[in-house]
Write a protein that binds this ligand. Structure first.
Ligand SMILES: NC(=O)c1ccc[n+]([C@@H]2O[C@H](COP(=O)([O-])OP(=O)(O)OC[C@H]3O[C@@H](n4cnc5c(N)ncnc54)[C@H](OP(=O)(O)O)[C@@H]3O)[C@@H](O)[C@H]2O)c1
Length: 322
């Protein structure tokens, strides 16, 4: 990067590398923010989410992820409002939304994307993902509808989420003139069984893996390690990730990873984020306050050594003694 470009980067985001998308001509940052907000869509949460998003955009986060189901549309609407307020330049952003797994019939896909665009206040969006497969709807029908929207330049590129390797291959086979550019999956130090296989397939085929829940809802940033228990709400939305019969063991391993971070003088989240970066995944984090955004950007700036990342990997897998 040249000196001039470096100077132009907003504070905090220098060094968020990007990779080219195989379709659409945009680059895909390796770090971005998601607007799921744990389903907390009461009035206070909306005010906080708005402030957090505005802060992230001002700090230079350029990849924002939402979905029609988040807050049943309020997330997309809030994104549109904030983009207008900060006068964001669309050419500098990568905006992603998702069609719900309940809307995968051709007519529903079209209506969902039109609805998303209206809510975000745009005439086109960079990336539209299928949020999750629906075994009752042939994937070819969904892909054909998305390809029609892509040809009309309503969407810049097509992606999927929560797709296995087989599902991904079937989706790609149903496209004629374009290809799947991303697969967004749960992937973090502790949750990687499917992620590893998906990552391998995607690496071979030039598809970006977007890793969601990278901090395991804060556990990999040091939360819940000193007696605080996840709230029922966090447990509910974390599904199996923080199940009680697994939680105590995760805490032991996470404490060992925190000790590694302390020894290397980096924030604990640096290990979680750079473990993903080193594996070639793009990371989509969640945050519910401007301070959390700052902490994550700070963690991104600290790059742990390969030896530390290797050791964290072993600890997370339970290989050897924590
Ligand atoms: N495609 C899908 O099916 C799918 C599924 C899930 C998520 N996603 C996407 O991925 C995004 C991120 O997912 P996620 O929210 O599960 O990711 P995450 O980054 O693992 O968890 C985010 C949560 O971690 C806590 N946190 C953040 N920074 C922290 C810090 N510095 N110290 C302590 N705790 C911290 C916060 O919890 P509190 O808010 O409780 O403070 C925050 O809401 C979502 O917004 C969404 O866009 C996609």
């Amino acid at each position: 990067m040249t000196k001039a470009k470096r100077a132009a980067s907003p504070p905090g985001t220098e060094g968020i590398e990007s990779v080219p998308l195989k379709v659409g001509g945009k680059r895909h940052p390796l770090l971005g923010m998601g607007l799921w907000a744990l389903g907390r869509w009461d009035r206070d949460a909306e005010v906080r989410t708005r402030a957090t998003l505005e802060h992230a955009l001002t700090a230079g986060v350029t990849w924002i992820d939402t979905a029609e189901v988040y807050g049943t549309g309020r997330s997309e609407r809030l994104l549109g409002e904030v983009l207008t307020r900060v006068n964001a330049d669309p050419s500098k952003l990568l905006l992603t939304t998702k069609v719900s797994w309940e809307h995968l019939r051709a007519r529903q896909v079209h209506a969902a994307v039109v609805g998303s665009l209206q809510k975000v206040g745009r005439t086109s969006v960079d990336l539209v993902l299928v949020h999750a497969p629906d075994p009752h709807v042939p994937i070819a029908e969904t892909m054909e509808a998305l390809e029609t929207l892509w040809k009309a330049k309503t969407i810049g590129a097509i992606g999927v989420s929560n797709f296995s390797v087989d599902e991904l291959a079937a989706a790609r086979a149903a496209l004629h003139e374009t290809d799947i550019v991303v697969n967004q999956v749960v992937y973090n130090l502790f949750d990687r069984e499917d992620g590893d296989a998906v990552l391998e397939y995607c690496r071979t085929n030039g598809i970006v893996v977007e890793a969601y829940t990278p901090l395991l809802r804060g556990l990999l940033a040091g939360r819940y390690l000193d007696g605080e228990a996840p709230s029922p709400e966090v447990r509910r939305f974390a599904h199996h990730l923080l199940e009680r019969d697994r939680f105590d063991e995760l805490v032991v391993r996470a404490r060992a990873i925190r000790a590694l971070a302390t020894a290397e003088n980096v924030p604990m989240a640096s290990i979680a984020l750079h473990w993903l970066r080193r594996r070639g995944a793009a990371t989509i984090f969640g945050a519910s306050s401007p301070d959390q955004v700052d902490a994550i950007l700070d963690a991104w700036r600290h790059r742990p050594s390969d030896a530390t990342l290797d050791r964290a990997d072993e600890i997370a897998r339970g290989a050897g003694r924590a």
